[in-house]
Design a protein around this ligand. Structure first.
Ligand code: NAI
Ligand code: MG
Length: 358
């Protein structure tokens, strides 16, 4: 059956790298006899220019009908002076919310060719390969009340979760752990926070349904230390919205480059929205030098998590790895004795490897 994929290029380098992902997916489709149908829609600044809104109705509806969405990046100086409600970034927040994408996944894997790009020691990051599962639509960032009180002399934010919101993210994390090394670390602050105590209870309860997954609980302060002193000890990490925000940025230093990192926003069914972690990079847009690897690796995540095509996803990841080992890279990366190539060139090298089979 045909998989319907909505492509949302967005702005800046999003318009360049999205076609790198499409090209690699077309090669996968050909080699493995899959049928992928692509529909392109507007989001962000380019949607503002054409439709006067960062998330046109027809874009949202196309996404609601699709099996998965690939997004480049949004934003740029052209739209910086607009009021907050109609800025490009609002389109991004709105689409995640409208589609109910509560589970944000950030896999962090160090590529051997880039090991010196990280400020951390080689022996520390060498075998790191972890997945952060961050709750995205609840917790401290959404809890009410959140306000100034007593004429500005006091302030309150609220860490609020309903039981089912914790259950569904924890369940997701167990499912990912099952697809990986079957180790789950639940990160909380249960020695202080009531919400964390409940979070812990739910993890323990759910773990009965996943006897093959080893569960450990860790306080967020200890976890943040361990993430940069012994990252290879983690497989899947599941955590509350704000803890996950902080830990995922911390974990990104393990890979050494923003252009390399993929992400996925998912929910209880197989639908997902996949995008690189970086922005629209207006400083290099239109020059043909953007690094498409984070985007291509996001497409691999789509194959794995939305379509259940793990083998195909792994082939793309290995093609990226080999390309870097051979030294081909865009100018944002540093590889000793490497060769600098354009966005299109590095895409073609990867596509050829995917076609030939590794
Ligand atoms: P950015 O991630 O776009 O760029 C930061 C730096 O990294 C720049 O020097 C850029 O050239 C470089 N860079 C980023 N991705 C790259 C890639 N794939 N290849 C080579 N170099 C790359 O972040 P910045 O500059 O803070 O924001 C630029 C615009 O992007 C803003 O309008 C911002 O709001 C938006 N943005 C959008 C995001 C999204 O769509 N998910 C996320 C972050 C920022
Ligand atoms: Mg952040």
């Amino acid at each position: 059956m045909e998989k319907r994929i909505v492509l949302l290029p967005g702005d800046g380098i999003g318009k360049e790298i999205i076609y790198s992902a499409k090209k690699v997916l077309q090669v996968i489709a050909e080699r493995f006899n899959h049928s992928f149908g692509f529909i392109e829609k507007q989001i962000g600044g380019s949607a503002i220019d054409e439709f006067n809104t960062p998330l046109p109705k027809e874009t949202l509806e196309a996404c609601q009908r699709a099996d998965a969405v690939l997004l480049g990046a949004v934003g740029g100086p052209k739209w910086d002076s607009l009021p907050a409600e109609i800025r490009p970034e609002r389109g991004l927040l709105k689409i995640r919310k409208e589609l109910g994408l509560f589970a944000n996944l950030r896999p962090v894997k160090g590529f051997s060719a880039l090991i010196h790009a990280s400020p951390l020691k080689e022996e520390i990051i060498k075998d790191s390969d972890l997945l952060i599962v961050r709750e995205l639509t609840g917790g401290l960032y959404f809890g009410q009340p959140s306000e100034r009180r007593n004429n500005g002399e006091a302030v309150v934010d609220t860490l609020y979760y309903e039981k089912n919101e914790i259950e569904r993210i924890v369940e997701k994390a167990f499912q990912f752990a099952q697809m990986r090394k079957k180790r789950l670390t639940s990160v909380d602050k249960a020695n202080v926070l009531e919400s964390s105590k409940m979070w812990r209870e739910i993890v323990n309860e759910k773990s009965k349904n996943y006897p093959d997954v080893t569960v450990e609980h860790m306080y967020v302060d200890a976890a943040s230390m361990k993430l940069i002193t012994n990252p290879s000890s983690f497989d899947v990490i599941v955590t509350e919205n704000m803890f996950g925000d902080i830990l995922s940025d911390e974990a990104s230093v393990l890979t050494g480059s923003l252009g390399m990192l993929p992400s996925a926003s998912t929910r209880s069914d197989s639908f997902g929205l996949y995008e690189p972690v970086h922005g629209s990079a207006p400083d290099i847009a239109g020059k043909g030098v953007a690094n498409p690897l984070g985007m291509i690796l996001s497409a691999a995540l789509m194959l794995r998590y939305s379509f259940g095509l793990d083998k195909e996803a792994t082939i793309i990841e290995e093609a990226v790895n080999e390309t870097l080992i051979e030294g081909y890279h865009t100018p944002d990366l540093q590889i000793e004795n490497g060769k600098i190539v354009t966005t299109d060139e590095v895409t073609s090298i990867i596509a050829d490897k995917v076609a030939e089979g590794i």
